[in-house]
Write a protein that binds this ligand. Structure first.
Ligand SMILES: Cc1ncc(COP(=O)(O)O)c(C=O)c1O
Length: 405
């Protein structure tokens, strides 16, 4: 074990007993380069963050130029900061009307918290509805929405009341009543195993929220910015939420989150009390500058179209494996789920694929589903390398799983 790996093991707080533990020397485009000289194709883009790949030149130039001017200057919301104002205006232009006011945070989970607070104040109600399989982050409020009790229950009482409904089941929507402040949903569930609801369901959900006077919150933390083959996944359904939550690819590789809503909803956080949600580093100038450059690059290149063609190539390639260990392949754009026939098989497949140089991972709430979310800029040659490696990994996984069982 290297000295750095030893420090990581002994002093960096661990999130599990089995971290991947790859010692990163540098990253470029779709590739991670390890300290031992090996390189790895990043088929998850830092979990949906690096939409333009690693160290995209437009993002680096924006960071350098912003760093020459200023870094942090004041808590969020007090000074006029060029990168922040420009990014907010650009988002307002790209989001459907009336989502014209943007609140910047540090992360996706913090943006979820802000959205929940705004919904409670706007509706004067307490209840929330979320869905089985959901993942919205790990702060207390976001965790209360989590669709998998395994991740909620060890932490005791969480903010609520939260009612969990069956995902994509229109019959369950009657539970949304006059006590509900907001319904929170991922337009495509990622950690839930890459599950896509029907347009009919999403429209019925919008109608039910309107009838009950509940706000509809779309969590587009993972699905935003071209990932699903549209700039925002909401475009697949023709449904406009009351609040949209964003993060991950929003910062081009730097940390940032945001939620956007119409004026009357967002103004709730500015009055009674004023400063109802404040954050020191939310909307950091460096993150906003990087985010603006990233967003402009995605829009100028219409990279969501690329997500569709490359996504189709990956899905077709996976189906051509003809391997009966693959139960289903699904997804939209470059958010792809590969459902395998068992959890242990899935775990071994992921480990084997990483060992062979292609980074993939499984999803938190569906342990038989492998999620792919590569950079939108991934080349066809890189996709072919990923497919060949996953095919070989799958073949070896069956040999070793038979050998060990
Ligand atoms: C759909 C979704 N919502 C919220 C979050 C939380 O975002 P963050 O990790 O930035 O707090 C995530 C993170 O994976 C996510 O996938």
């Amino acid at each position: 074990m290297s000295d750095l790996a030893d420090k990581f093991r002994r002093h960096v707080a661990q999130t599990s007993d089995s971290p991947i533990g790859l010692e990163i020397a540098r990253a470029e485009g779709s590739w991670l380069y390890a300290a031992d000289g090996r390189r790895y194709l990043d088929m998850i883009a830092g979990i949906g963050v690096s939409a333009l790949g690693h160290r995209h030149r437009a993002v680096l130039a924006a960071i350098e130029s912003q760093a020459r001017r200023h870094l942090h200057v004041m808590v969020y919301g007090e000074y006029v900061i060029e990168a922040q104002a420009r990014l907010a205006a650009r988002l307002a232009e790209l989001l459907p009307s009336p989502l014209s006011r943007v609140y910047f945070t540090n992360s996706g989970a913090e943006a979820i918290e802000g959205a929940l607070k705004a919904a409670r104040k706007f509706t004067h109600r307490d209840g929330f509805v979320a869905f089985d399989g959901a993942y919205h982050g790990d702060t207390m409020g976001a965790m209360a929405l989590a669709g998998n009790p395994t991740f909620r229950e060890p932490f005791g009482a969480l903010p609520g009341p939260v009612t969990h409904l069956r995902f994509a089941d229109a019959n369950a929507l009657a539970a949304i009543d006059g006590k509900i402040a907001a319904v929170v949903i991922e337009p495509v569930q990622a950690e839930g195993g890459v599950r896509i609801p029907s347009t009919d369901f999403m429209r019925a959900l919008r109608e039910r929220c309107d009838r009950a006077g509940a706000l509809l919150i779309f969590d587009e933390v993972l699905t935003g910015f071209g990932r699903t083959g549209k700039l925002f996944a909401l475009e697949h359904f023709g449904v406009v939420p009351d609040i949209i939550v964003m993060a991950k690819a929003l910062g081009g590789g730097l940390p940032i989150g945001a939620f956007a809503a119409r004026d009357e909803v967002m103004t709730e956080l500015a009055h009674d009390p004023p400063l109802g949600h404040i954050t020191t580093f939310g909307g950091h100038p460096l993150s906003c500058a990087a985010g603006l450059a990233s967003l402009d690059t995605i829009v100028a290149g219409r990279l969501w179209e690329r997500a569709n063609t490359i996504g189709d190539r990956i899905r077709a390639g996976l189906l051509a494996f003809g391997d009966d260990k693959i139960v289903a392949v699904r997804g939209l754009g470059l958010l792809i789920g590969i459902e395998l026939s068992g959890a242990e098989l899935t775990r071994r497949f992921v480990a084997e694929s990483i060992g062979q140089g292609v980074i993939i991972n499984w999803t938190l709430n569906a342990d038989t589903v492998v999620r792919l979310a590569p950079p939108l800029t991934i080349s066809e040659a890189e996709v072919d390398f990923a497919l060949a490696t996953m095919l070989s990994a799958l073949a070896r996984t069956s040999i070793s799983s038979q050998g060990r069982s």
